[in-house]
Design a protein around this ligand. Structure first.
Ligand code: GCW
Length: 841
């Protein structure tokens, strides 16, 4: 019985459903010597249960128990036993309780900073404030959980004061661009009763030193400020507070009118000012430590000061003044742009942020932070650094990143993001010809600003994996780490995360490292290359391929691709002039095609498909090759993961395996769609003869099979089906059969891949037979398992692949696919591929 209890307490029998993220405290080998050296008691120098120091004490207890099976009592009264205790508290609390000054040991700490010492008898974790002490406790536990027993003594301080996350949660419980289930905060217009998940989220965030969460969507509903919802927000803040996490609120600019019943929301109107002052005071009455507001104004249909011919600065300062007495800040989004006309060669959405904000520099109140997306358009797979960072020298700024993979595979593709983020954070804008790294601008260092920092759109949901995918959590983890110290190395942060998430096994470490580090380049390769942007459907889901959707609309995410040429001319000399928004050295680099790096060529220049890159390849051949290479890399993720089968618990292994298999299939859909599209448009042949001419010797097009109850169906966009055609059942209640005799394939063992479409609005079934023997069957239920934005169409979002491995086939065997439609899903099939081992079709 004791043994069982011990196992339970170790967490060995706990479900590995992802809920604890990287805070699992899984057992680590520790011999007797190691065990004896561990602290046997914890002293948390604050006895108030809601204080972060108290929480740190409990966390240390839980960690020691989980990692080593060692029970440590937590005391609060005195300085503890000088030997074998771990003491956690603020520097002040420590000095008081322990009667000793820390002056000669602990350097001056900045807000939220901490000092950790495992030297000497006692482990000491001292924060500049309570939050810092909690961060230190998590740091110590992270070392132990990774089997790191080294003796250390160091102080660490944050890169910037603002280290927030944004949630785009709607009050009805849905989440805009969220792929991990429903909101953990809201439901039916109000805050949920049970805030357990909110507290668990705060715990995860605190462990990576995130100090603020804006809980509702920037496309804000004014009723977030109803009395009932203010009370609800108060309850959320109450569960955040013990973790040192502050709550922020997104506002709807028109609230005084829509919620308050005023006849105006003019930011200079006295009644409007009074309304905001009053509501802000009410919030602070309930939430004295509220972090502040986040505002999206005059953007994508959101109301703002332009309605009254007021400036964005006047709009921002309205909130700044209401918050100022309470110490709150306004995060004011720079994502402001208008719809444009593509027939205007000089029109450019990328120029909008600088155009709107440049002249406002210096007009924002001191507690305003302008929150700037990393690139000038919108979270694409590659963008140049937003030039706005160079223009706001008398305004505090923050960078906005996306942990949620809106344009990057929506957590159904593995994409480890820090290497992408680093392209911007480490970018030197050369303001006044001086070193001007973006990371030094947002920290306030470069322009001597008192505020600044970080925001990441995260969008966790009720799924136990938080983001919808276990592997995607490395992005949340690394975001927090980078916001604390942007000089951290993406790979070493990743490896900490791997050890904490999957344990210390060397092959797990090496394999997940390799997959993750290869994942962003692979995704860029099979989505959009050379700075052309993610070639996804921008009008609908932002998920699967649809390059044509970029152009011929007002959204300004144009490629300007025609039969001969592609790319946006953003030069000053002949284009939109966007390159001239950078400081001179950078502007000159991008203005000149010879000095523009290949990976941003099509962002800045409009060229022939046959233009030669620095690499020596033509643009179009680069497209072809990159897409084949990217999809090939994605296939290897599956085999790499399979090598870890016995090294990872079945629950997480199976879940991740399903997603990686899906990604491998979808990467081929991406590859084929994009290469086919540009081959069709440009008519430039692929030097390797893969693209066009339906050159897929291992495929059998479904429409070429003998069909009963199935009919050929042309697909839009055409490039999202092999040969532009799939088959669908002749009605929603007719069972379809597609049959073929395998005369063209030599006898042997094959992987049998079937490309089909899985729409929302139905769970069709498919069965596959070889000579009347059932080989396999599946259900079109990805909508229950994947979480990406769904599609009701047969297109690049719903296109998917299933593979049956190791199928023995003799020449002349008969292959039959049976499709049983359901709802609106007419059991669509694109093609079947018989793949000899190692062949990617
Ligand atoms: O990228 C776009 C998203 C919108 C989002 C907007 C924004 C919240 O597609 O869903 O709206 O950006 O950042 O405001």
């Amino acid at each position: 019985m004791r043994g069982l209890l011990f196992l339970v307490s170790l967490g060995l029998v706990a479900a590995e459903d992802g809920l604890d993220g990287w805070l699992r405290y899984a057992p680590v080998p520790c011999d007797k010597g190691c065990h004896d050296a561990l602290p046997s008691s914890v002293v948390a120098l604050n006895s108030t249960e809601t204080s972060p120091v108290y929480v740190a004490g409990l966390e240390l207890q839980k960690g020691l128990q989980g990692i080593f099976g060692k029970w440590a009592n937590v005391g609060h009264e005195n300085c503890g036993d000088s030997s074998s205790s771990v003491v956690v508290g603020t520097v002040d609390e420590y000095t008081k309780a322990c009667g000793s000054s820390t002056d000669d040991e602990v350097p001056e700490l900045e807000e939220d900073g901490f000092w950790l010492s495992t030297r000497g008898d006692m482990v000491r974790i001292l924060g500049q404030n309570e939050r810092g002490a909690l961060y230190g406790a998590f740091e110590y536990l992270s070392m132990l959980a990774q089997g790191n027993f080294s003796r250390v003594a160091y102080a660490t301080n944050p890169h910037a004061p603002v280290r927030w996350v944004n949630q785009w949660d709607n009050l009805d419980g849905s989440i805009e661009r969220g792929y991990g289930g429903a909101s953990i905060f809201f439901e039916n217009g109000v805050v949920v009763d049970d805030l357990t998940r909110a507290a668990q989220y705060a715990r995860l965030l605190a462990s990576v030193r995130v100090n603020g969460v804006v809980v509702n969507n920037v496309n804000a509903n004014a009723s977030i400020l109803s009395p009932r919802n203010i009370e609800g927000l108060g309850r959320i803040a109450d569960v955040f507070r013990p973790y040192g996490v502050q709550l922020g609120v997104s506002l709807n600019f028109a609230s005084p009118m829509t919620l308050g019943g005023l006849s105006t929301f003019d930011p200079l109107n006295a009644s409007v000012i009074a309304w905001w002052t009053n509501i802000t005071d009410q919030i602070y009455q309930r939430i004295p430590d509220m972090a502040g507001y986040l505002v999206k104004a005059d953007s994508e249909g959101q109301p703002g000061p332009f309605t009254y011919n007021r400036t964005l600065a006047q709009g921002a300062n309205l909130f700044a003044k209401a918050l100022q007495p309470h110490g709150g800040i306004v995060m004011f989004r720079a994502f402001v742009y208008n719809q444009l006309n593509e027939s205007d060669w000089k029109a450019d959405r990328a120029s909008a942020a600088v155009q709107f904000f440049k002249d406002l520099d210096g007009q924002f109140d001191e507690n305003v932070v302008v929150q700037i997306k990393y690139g000038p358009i919108d979270f694409q797979v590659r963008e140049p650094t937003s030039p706005l960072f160079a223009h706001l020298q008398n305004t505090s700024t923050a960078i906005e990143l996306e942990v949620t993979q809106e344009y990057l595979g929506q957590q159904c593709h593995l994409v480890y993001l820090p290497p992408l983020w680093k392209t911007v954070l480490d970018f030197d804008l050369r303001v006044d010809s001086k070193l001007s790294l973006v990371r030094d601008i947002i920290s306030g260092k470069r322009f001597n600003r008192p505020l600044g920092g970080w925001a990441a759109v995260v969008n966790v949901g009720t799924n136990t994996t938080w983001l919808g995918s276990h592997l995607a959590m490395s992005n949340l983890y690394a975001y927090g780490r980078l916001a604390w110290d942007p000089t951290e190395d993406p790979q070493s942060m990743l490896q900490d995360w791997i050890r904490l998430t999957f344990g210390l096994d060397r092959s797990v470490l090496d394999t997940v490292t390799q997959m993750s580090m290869e994942s962003w380049p692979a995704y860029e390769n099979y989505s959009g290359n050379l700075g052309i942007q993610t070639l996804t459907d921008i009008l609908y889901t932002h998920f699967g391929p649809n390059p044509a959707s970029q152009d011929n609309n007002g959204w300004g995410q144009w490629t300007r691709a025609d039969q001969k040429t592609i790319g946006m001319d953003r030069t000053v000399s002949n284009g939109t002039g966007f390159s001239g928004q950078y400081p001179p050295e950078i502007a000159a680099m991008y203005e000149n095609i010879d000095t523009t790096p290949d990976d941003l060529l099509l962002w800045f220049h409009h060229v022939n498909y046959t233009h030669r890159l620095h690499s020596g390849k033509t643009v179009i051949q680069h497209f072809y090759d990159a897409h084949y290479r990217g999809a090939e890399t994605a296939q290897t993720f599956v085999t790499m993961w399979e090598s870890l089968r016995d090294r990872i618990d079945a629950e997480r292994w199976t879940d991740v395996h399903f997603r990686l298999t899906y990604q491998a299939g979808h990467s081929i859909i991406w590859r084929d769609a994009i290469t086919t599209f540009y081959h069709n448009l440009s008519s430039v042949p692929d030097e390797a003869d893969r693209v066009g001419n339906h050159n897929h010797p291992w495929r059998i097009e479904a429409e070429s099979m003998t069909l009963t109850g199935y009919k050929p169906y042309p697909i839009t966009p055409f490039e999202t089906a092999s040969n532009a055609t799939a088959i669908v059942t002749t009605s929603n209640s007719t069972i379809g059969t597609a049959t073929t005799r395998l005369t063209q394939f030599p006898s042997g063992t094959y992987d049998l891949a079937i490309n089909y479409y899985d729409l929302v609005g139905g769970r069709a079934r498919w069965e596959i037979f070889l000579n009347n023997r059932l080989l396999g069957q599946w259900v079109g239920n990805n909508e229950d398992r994947l979480g990406h934005a769904p599609s009701v169409y047969i297109d690049g979002h719903s296109a998917t692949r299933i593979t049956f491995r190791g199928v023995h086939v003799r020449r002349g065997d008969v292959l039959t696919v049976v499709g049983i439609p359901d709802g609106i899903e007419p059991a669509p099939v694109d093609y079947v591929a018989l793949l000899p081992e190692g062949v990617v079709d």
